[in-house]
Design a binder for this molecule. Structure first.
Ligand code: LLP
Length: 463
């Protein structure tokens, strides 16, 4: 019983065969550094801490559920991407993974650029001082207002996604007396998931303009003729939660072939290519993500090789990692409320959050890990399903995991690797109040996005 395929890959749509579960980990108290943020450790007393602060104190001060971001880890990952790509390439953090003004400031300070895909993300970025020329604006159906806002604020590039948009952006730029730097997003016919990719002629999805049937070449032709546009390059994004670089290789080859065709037809060598985001992270100990320097090296080699073969100057490369920067830097802290053993099946552990703070399990059958963090335990492992408090049986946070069998109401448990696409996709389902995001660093914790209140809910409900 596998549901629809998911951007995060086929593994995430798997359902365990009846009666088959992975073995419990050798030590339930161990914290795998692959899935936990850098400064997360277990103290001698057995409690887990982040940035030097124990989870009990964090829960006491900020309540549960709450997301805790390890600022040291976030900055280190951002810097690692920046350093790996060096001065001849640009790293645009994909704000859709998680965006707040503190995050924007950290990115700015660490020398990263920012990819936004809505007016709301653009406003957040600008209000936190990200220079507009370091922002790329995305989206398959940008409104006239959004395009106007982007051009007026002076964004570094707008990524054009359709034939209509080529004309729309050119027209708005011209009416504002500007020439807007743009890239054209092409669909290269590579559908990449986790450890696999499929190369086809067409992609059956809403984004971009197909390379197939000369459509992308036609888009370039039109963009080059419009005064309001300065075409700086081609953009491709092939998927999410990808570990294998082979899909990027096919994408780069196809994009470079388009650059060569553009040079042959127009005598223009477009100076930039963007290979998108989608690099995978470890949600469980089974995942083996690549380091930024390996990714930078692999992408650089692929593009250089393809350009040499096509006798093109190597364009400036940019990438747009979201999940790979913020994903591993945060965990969600929950308090255990009720525990229901279902004989011969598994034990249901209900926490004080759920699908409103992490929709990914319900939406994509995503896999997560979980650990008891308020104390250690030597009790036998029990197979659990961590569920939320929503009125829906699909309200699952962690499908299958092991926790100690002496787990009790009031214990704190944490789900790691929830930095990406959890708070950013959170909802008010059942009028849940969206949890806060708390940044922790060097013994200090501060709220960067506050918890919603009932007043927030009522303020929107005008009666
Ligand atoms: N660039 C473009 C043009 C994108 O569309 C995306 C993601 C990214 C960059 C960043 O991808 P990342 O490095 O974060 O994987 N909600 C889904 C993921 C949707 C991703 C959409 N686009 C999830 O929770 O898995």
């Amino acid at each position: 019983m596998s549901r629809s395929a998911h951007p995060a890959g086929p593994r995430h749509a798997d359902v365990w065969p009846e009666g088959h579960y992975s073995a419990p980990p050798a030590d339930l108290n161990a914290l795998d550094p692959k899935v936990w943020a850098q400064t997360v450790t277990r103290t001698d007393a057995g409690e887990v801490s982040v940035g030097g602060i124990g989870v009990a104190a964090l829960a006491e001060e900020f309540g549960t559920p709450a997301y805790f971001v390890d600022e040291t880890d976030f900055r280190a990952r951002a810097r690692a991407w920046r350093t790996a790509f060096g001065n001849d390439a640009d790293v645009f953090y994909a704000g859709k993974a998680f965006l707040s003004r503190a995050i924007v400031r950290w990115l700015h300070e660490e020398g990263l650029n920012l990819d936004v895909c809505s007016g709301g993300e653009l406003t957040t970025a600008l209000s936190a001082g990200m220079p507009a020329d370091r922002i790329a604006f995305h989206g398959n159906n940008k409104s006239t207002d959004e395009i106007t806002q982007a051009i007026e604020s002076g964004v570094g590039r707008i990524v054009l996604d359709s034939f209509q948009e080529i004309v729309r952006v050119a027209h708005i730029a011209q009416s504002l007396g500007k020439r807007q730097r743009v890239q054209i997003r092409v669909t290269v016919g590579v559908e990449a998931h986790t450890h696999e990719f499929i190369a086809t002629a067409h992609e059956d999805q809403k984004f971009g303009i197909a390379l197939a049937d000369g459509q992308a070449a036609e888009a370039v032709r039109r963009a080059l003729t419009l005064d309001g546009l300065e075409l700086i390059g081609i953009h491709s994004h092939i998927g999410s939660q990808i570990f294998d670089m082979a899909g990027f290789e096919v994408a780069a080859r196809r994009v470079v072939a388009l650059l060569a065709a553009v040079r042959d037809e127009h005598g223009v060598e477009l100076p930039e290519i963007d290979l998108g985001g989608g690099l995978g992270i470890a949600y469980t100990s089974d995942d083996d993500p690549r380091e930024p320097h390996e990714i930078a090296k692999a992408l650089g080699e692929i593009v250089t090789r393809e350009c040499e073969a096509a006798k093109l100057r190597t364009p400036r490369i940019s990438v747009e990692p979201g999940r790979a920067i913020v994903g591993p830097t945060a965990f969600t802290l929950y308090e255990v409320g009720t525990i229901k053993p279902l004989e011969g099946l598994r034990t249901y552990v209900s926490v004080d959050g759920g699908m409103s703070d992490n929709i990914r399990t319900a939406l994509y059958d995503a896999e997560y890990s979980v650990a008891l963090v308020s104390r250690t335990s030597d009790a036998e492992p029990m197979l659990v399903r961590v569920v939320g408090k929503h009125c829906e049986s699909g309200d699952i946070v962690v499908k299958d995991a092991f926790l100690p069998s002496d787990l009790a109401p009031g214990d704190l448990i944490a789900v790691p690797a929830t930095g990406a696409y959890c708070r950013s996709m959170a909802s008010n389902y059942n009028h849940a109040l969206r949890p806060p995001v708390v940044a922790v660093r060097d013994g200090e914790a501060r709220v960067i996005v506050r918890r919603e209140t009932e007043e927030d809910l009522l303020r929107l409900d005008v009666g």
